[in-house]
Write a protein that binds this ligand. Structure first.
Ligand code: ATP
Length: 702
């Protein structure tokens, strides 16, 4: 029994019992330290310490040293149970059982216990007893006046599994489990039989109800914990479910063939087919489990199972795998994995190791038998329709979180890969008929997967065909609209540069030749007949002759990219008018943008800066090139820019600025704006776009 981080015990500090509101400042722990006496000198220099510990010395917001609480003993568990058991719902409450059962399993796996008794009484108390060594009851050297048992039950991070001396491969590892159960139980009684005596101590919500008592001589050995979860934590209606406990207990028995688990439940609590009494003992371990699970399933092969122990190094792997074309119940495939008998529902390195080993052996079997199709098989194909159960026993496992849902020890992957390689090679070669059938089955899975991927790739292309997209649209590869952009580019030559500058995956280019029809003044028929507009509609996802629906929009952003001159502004205004007339929802949803190509390139030495307009140029010259005589070039149009320049300044989401087109709230205002835009004076439109762009660009960098 070793204690890692000795912590001051809740019950010594004079702090309030855990059931009281822990937020109340406790005199012993929460008072601000007096810097003159307590703080180390270097800290006193750096930290501006409060001159008094009175509350009025706190900051104006009431947030000072007094607001920093230290939770002692088991207080943190009651205050934040979720951190320790993943919540306070029914699943979390059943985790209490898992913690206690795991301790008894650790005793069994270590070779000290043979049997475990699980019993749910009519009054809701659950007890777990084992015939192991019994939790030590002698006085703890670091906690005078307390037994080791009391320390284990009331001090977080106390346990006998840190050093690997008392247990070699254990599920327990944080020294937290049983103290958490104690903290969250309304009442918990621990009985220990060891060294010829029976001992008992009773706790309530983590607090001892008296010292440990010797009840008298006894020849038995082992530990029993009998507890009832605290309704203050789990709610009045929370009760253990017999069916769930039964399942959990049975699952444990499969995981260690050296243990017998006895189940008993008060019949008054059973409302389903759960037996009131049962015994779990599975001499073939996981193979027994899988066989029972697939009893009504047609399988592709026999169960491949085995157990390998790493002699002397304290590591073991046990597994059982089978494949089924029809799947397993509602799942195509499943994987159940365990480390030191702890379930790891999120998998981890042991599962990865198993998949890798099976895949490697299967591929080399294919190669050996001259079946070239083995080359396309991946671990995914192997696992897709497989029922997998794997259990590893390793020293010092690393999990994610106290609920240990995922194993992260890299050692487990190596151990499993190595352990499975020979047995699976042997299994395949010793029964070629079965191996060929399995290989054929898995190759078909791989071919299906490849076909699906190909179908997906051509789907966009065929969708393009179906939609009759305009021939000059250079579409992006991504199929769904998310994160995609369509650039409407002025002129074919700029369109060419844009095609080279784009990200093919997400950016599409539609070059527009010259000016599109002014829909504000054209008749409906004329607008419909206009090729440029119908191309534009098709590219956006509007079906010919149909009204635009916002969900049809094939891109997340539509970006108008025209030259930074009057003509460009005119084209942009024509496009905005078109969108406003045909699909105002698209603008209201914020899908329409203006690109902001630069007008000037200012360079000196190796430094180059681009300016959007004259004002921006003046600003840049003053700020960045003061006292220097830089070279200033004016772009005559987008088509003049090198693709790399276009990318950097206008198209690359990392470096560009876009201006979102927004509509004023009132419809009247919009109408008057359209008038402005579509009036006879191009300068008015130009000014509108410039102003609008600047107005929205501040908060709309995309
Ligand atoms: N049934 C038992 N038999 C013998 N010793 C036990 C038993 N239950 C608990 N212990 C002792 O109490 C210690 C603390 O148990 P606890 O459940 O708090 O933590 P743990 O099992 O070490 O780690 P974890 O927090 O990961 O469960 C154990 O390490 C073990 O030494």
């Amino acid at each position: 029994m070793s204690t890692s981080v000795p912590q001051p015990n809740l019950f010594d500090t004079g702090a309030a019992p855990a059931s009281q509101d822990a937020a109340q400042p406790q005199p012993a722990t929460n008072t601000a330290p007096n810097p003159a006496n307590d703080a180390p000198p270097e800290k006193a220099v750096k930290v501006k310490a409060p001159t008094t510990s009175q509350p009025d010395a706190m900051t104006a917001e009431g947030y000072g040293a007094n607001a920093i609480e230290v939770l002692e003993g088991l207080e943190p568990v009651r205050k934040r149970p979720g951190m320790y058991i993943g919540g306070t719902d029914e699943k979390a409450m059943h985790h209490l059982f898992a913690e206690v059962l795991d301790n008894s399993m650790d005793e069994a796996v270590a070779g000290h216990a043979k049997a475990i008794w699980v019993e749910l009484d009519a009054d809701g108390y659950l007890s777990v007893r084992d015939d192991g060594r019994g939790i030590p009851v002698d006085p703890h050297p670091k906690y005078p006046g307390k037994s080791a048992l009391e320390v284990v039950m009331t001090v977080l991070h106390s346990g006998g599994k840190f050093s690997g001396k008392a247990y070699e491969t254990s599920g327990g590892l944080h020294g937290v489990g049983v103290s958490v159960v104690n903290a969250l139980s309304e009442r918990l009684e621990v009985t220990v039989w060891r060294d010829g005596y029976e001992w008992q101590q009773v706790f309530s919500r983590g607090l001892p109800q008296g010292p440990i008592a010797q009840l008298g001589p006894s020849k038995k050995r082992g530990t029993r914990e009998r507890f009832i979860p605290d309704p203050e934590i789990f709610g009045e209606n929370a009760h253990f479910r017999p069916a769930r406990l039964y399942r959990m207990a049975k699952a444990k028995a499969y995981l260690f063939r050296g243990v017998q688990i006895y189940w008993k439940c008060a019949p008054s609590l059973i409302h389903d087919t759960t037996p009131a009494e049962d015994k779990f003992y599975f001499p073939n371990g996981l193979a027994d489990y899988l066989a029972e699970r697939v009893v009504d399933t047609e399988t592709v092969s026999e169960i491949f199972s085995g157990r390998v122990e790493r002699k002397g190094e304290g590591g073991a792997v046990e597994w059982a795998v089978v494949w089924s074309a029809a799947g397993f119940g509602e799942h195509d495939g499943f994987a159940q994995s365990y480390c030191n008998t702890i379930p790891t529902p999120d998998g981890g390195t042991h599962e990865a190791g198993l998949r890798a080993a099976l895949t490697r052996s299967l591929k080399s079997y294919a190669e050996m038998t001259g079946d070239k199709r083995g080359a396309i098989v991946t671990a995914e194909d192997v696992a897709a329709q497989a029922g997998i159960v794997i259990s590893v026993f390793i020293k010092n496992p690393e999990f994610q979180g106290q609920t240990k849902d995922r194993l992260s020890s890299s050692e487990a992957q190596k151990l499993v890969e190595k352990a499975l390689a020979d047995p699976f090679d042997h299994w395949l070669t010793s029964s070629p008929k079965q191996a060929d059938k399995l290989l054929q089955f898995i190759v078909e899975r791989a071919e299906e997967r490849l076909k699906k991927r190909k179908d997906k790739e051509v789907q966009r292309a065929s969708a393009t065909r179906k939609l009759r997209l305009p021939g000059k649209l250079a579409d992006c590869a991504r199929q769904d609209a998310k994160d995609t952009e369509l650039f409407l580019v002025e002129g074919d030559s700029a369109g060419g540069s844009a095609k080279q500058a784009r990200n093919r995956n997400t950016q599409a280019i539609l070059p527009l030749r010259g000016k599109i029809l002014n829909v504000a003044s054209a008749t409906g028929d004329k607008a419909k007949a206009n090729q440029e507009l119908s191309d534009l509609g098709l590219a956006l996802g509007v079906q010919p002759g149909a009204r635009f629906k916002e969900d049809d929009l094939r891109y997340e952003r539509i970006v108008i990219m025209t030259d930074a001159d009057v003509d460009g502004a005119h084209i942009a205004s024509l496009l905005i008018t078109y969108f406003y007339r045909t699909m105002p929802g698209m603008i209201r949803n914020g899908n329409l943008f203006l690109a902001m190509p630069p007008l000037y390139r200012i360079s000196h030495g190796s430094k180059t800066v681009y300016a959007r307009d004259d004002a921006h140029r003046t600003q840049i010259l003053e700020k960045e090139f003061k006292g220097k005589k830089p070279e200033i070039g004016r772009f005559k149009g987008l088509g003049e820019m090198m693709p790399a320049q276009l990318k950097e300044t206008t198209m690359d989401p990392k470096t560009r600025t876009l201006a979102r087109v927004v509509l004023p709230e009132s419809e009247d205002e919009v109408e008057s704006l359209v008038e402005t835009l579509m009036g006879r004076k191009p300068e008015l439109r130009f000014r509108y776009i410039q102003e609008n762009a600047e107005f929205v660009s501040e908060d709309l960098d995309v």
